[in-house]
Design a protein around this ligand. Structure first.
Ligand code: HEC
Length: 238
């Protein structure tokens, strides 16, 4: 019996010294009886992988395919200058001047830099109008109509289905909207208005200004002052 107790004491001590007390921390490699998924076979970023010829875990996109996504330009977005540019040229992203009033005209400066580090002037040219047309047709036409007269397919449909909310779609050819400063239209696109949702998360500031420019072109197309009509067109009208 005495020998048995001694043996038991030694066995218990040996076990404690081998396994340690519960909660004890150690820097030694643990002895695993059950590994509880501490050790898994998995691919790690930048890891090695003998399966592939180039020996890398991380796989490049398949040749000849195009990544689908939000078309962000990561180099631009993550550059140190990106937000700084916004803070140096705030009118371009808010549509307001330094005093908080809506810009009456288009912003003087774009968000693109010249080689000397100054902002390029903002110009409304054919390229701007083309961009504006493309975005207007994707995002606005469905409600405001191709001529911005408020008769998009949503209005026609809601009249049939009796959805009163959508019947309020604004006729952007109306004199009060023609009189809006450019910055106020930009603001409506950025933040929405009453029952119209905002498009600030879908259109970049460049695209929003382009939509404003295209909307102005549509307004002009529906009420063009005689002196702006080219002589060749006038001749055809007679
Ligand atoms: C889903 C329908 C819908 C779409 C799409 C839509 N709008 Fe509107 N929009 C409305 C409605 C409805 C109103 C009227 C809101 C109200 O009750 O004042 C409105 C009002 C406006 C106004 C006048 C706001 C004011 O101050 O009274 C402008 C300008 C405008 N929209 C521009 C746009 C532009 C530009 C786009 C595309 C980027 C666009 N909308 C897309 C439904 C839409």
């Amino acid at each position: 019996m005495k020998r048995y107790l001694t043996f038991l004491a030694v066995a218990v001590l040996a076990m404690i010294s081998f396994l340690g007390f519960q909660g004890k921390t150690s820097k030694d490699t643990p002895v695993y009886v059950f590994d509880d998924m501490d050790v898994q076979s998995k691919y790690k970023p930048q890891g090695e992988n003998a399966f592939f010829a180039d020996g890398r875990d991380a796989r490049p996109p398949v040749a000849g395919t195009v990544a689908r996504g939000n078309a962000l330009e990561p180099l631009k977005v993550f550059s140190a200058d990106y937000r700084r540019l916004e803070s140096l040229n705030p009118s371009f992203v808010t549509g307001k001047d330094a005093k908080g009033a809506f810009l009456a005209t288009f912003p003087a400066k774009s968000m693109n830099l010249l080689p000397n580090g100054e902002f390029k002037p903002y110009v409304v040219d054919a390229q701007t109008l083309e961009l504006g047309q493309a975005k207007f047709e994707i995002y606005c036409k469905i409600c405001h109509g191709a001529a911005a007269d408020g008769n998009g397919v949503m209005k026609v449909r809601s009249a049939v289905e009796g959805d009163a909310a959508i019947l309020t779609i604004a006729n952007l050819q109306a004199p009060n909207y023609r009189a809006y400063p450019q910055g106020q239209i930009f603001d409506v696109i950025t933040n929405g208005k009453n029952t119209m949702q905002s498009y600030g998360d879908k259109l970049s500031p460049e695209e929003r200004w382009a939509v404003v420019a295209y909307l102005r072109a549509l307004q002009l197309s529906q009420s063009c002052p005689a002196e702006l009509v080219p002589a060749s067109v006038k001749a055809e009208l007679k």
